[in-house]
Design a protein around this ligand. Sequence first.
Ligand code: UD1
Length: 418
Amino acid sequence: MQKFEIQGGISVDGEVTISGAKNAVLPILAAGILATTPMTIRNVPRLKDVKTLSAVLAGMGITVDTNDDNDISIDNDTLNSCCAPYDLVRTMRASILVLGPLVARYGEAEVSLPGGCAIGSRPVNLHISGLEAMGAEVTVHEGYIRAKAKRLKGALINMELVSVTGTENLLMAAVLAEGTTTIENAAREPEVSDLAHCLIAMGAKITGIGTDTLVIDGVEALQGCDYSVLPDRIETGTYLAAAAITGGRVKTLKADVQGLDAVLQKFKEAGAKLSTGKDWIELDMRGRTLKAVDIRTDPYPAFPTDMQAQFMAMNAVSQGIGVVVETIFENRMMHVAELMRMGANIRLEGNTAIVAGMPTLYGAPVMATDLRASACLILAALAAEGKTTVNRIYHTDRGYEKIEQKLTGIGANIVRVN
Ligand code: UD1
């Protein structure tokens, strides 16, 4: 199994070009199922999760062409099955995103029920009840969700909880349904909006984009389109955090400046100097003192759960005490124990972590437990004295394109070893 070896204590300095957003490209790939003509998706990050979803689509007979330019072309003319099997879905829960498009376009879907995962039980009840509200007949049997509908019907759906992939699945189902669908309490994450813009480019009729109420007028058919995925705001935040935690400077290029408001606010509170342009963000921490900040995760536009672990690492080496409250997932604090192995002073009370900043952390062998936990440990290692070995970096590869090249480019000492 591969690991990262990181020699810490170096202030990073330089520019990082941001990749396309993982959480936008996954639903947009699934949206390819809805099109009657081929489509091209650009700015696709080369990630394990993208490979997994491509394999799910290819497994259905869909032609998925990947070239070296971060573009993917999809042609579903060759589709011969509506099944997403357990072996693939269990490695990536977001495979559930094919459910809505399959029922909407082909009238049937058979998708393995994703199991629990490291950060929580993560049920998909809202995906299922939303499809049922649109008239689909859904059964869950032998670990599979089986859904059928001649043609879905528009419905009023009030999401009991804000769910990102839940909103996306129902949005993709509604675009081909007969009549109008209203999704209330919809997720407002920029990736949901990116999917909606892609669907509009395919011919869908959607209003309320970026608000918590999406109104969709179903159409008879959608065409393929040529769409470029928005930049990854979590990757952006992670590289800015690398500058903050090492007392360095990073300019993120080709970044989305809009989607990171709550995170940028917290960087400022932590003492960082920030500058932004149309598509870049620079964080300068040189000569400044990192201060602990309180964090509470919530759905967009509040502070994202996907940046919680990175700020935990920052708090661990800051001045003062920061309280971190995780409200989205029930078990997303597993990086705490690993940070403590590096000398962090953290008290965990349920989903609240009270972090007392230490002057430094010390390199140690640590283990990544999930994608963002792996980012947290890499950041901690960059700031720590001595060498850290981060194990289980297959989690990192799910969501960070070329992370060691990008970090090396800003002066970090990180190598991948087998
Ligand atoms: C998406 C993101 C993930 C991010 C998360 C929260 C993708 C591919 N992944 O995950 O990176 O951390 O949003 O911003 O976009 N829930 C239910 N029933 C459901 C659906 C969700 O109870 O049917 C609960 C979940 O268990 C969780 C909360 O709702 O506690 C939010 O989850 P959700 O927004 O659905 O997360 P994902 O879409 O899986």
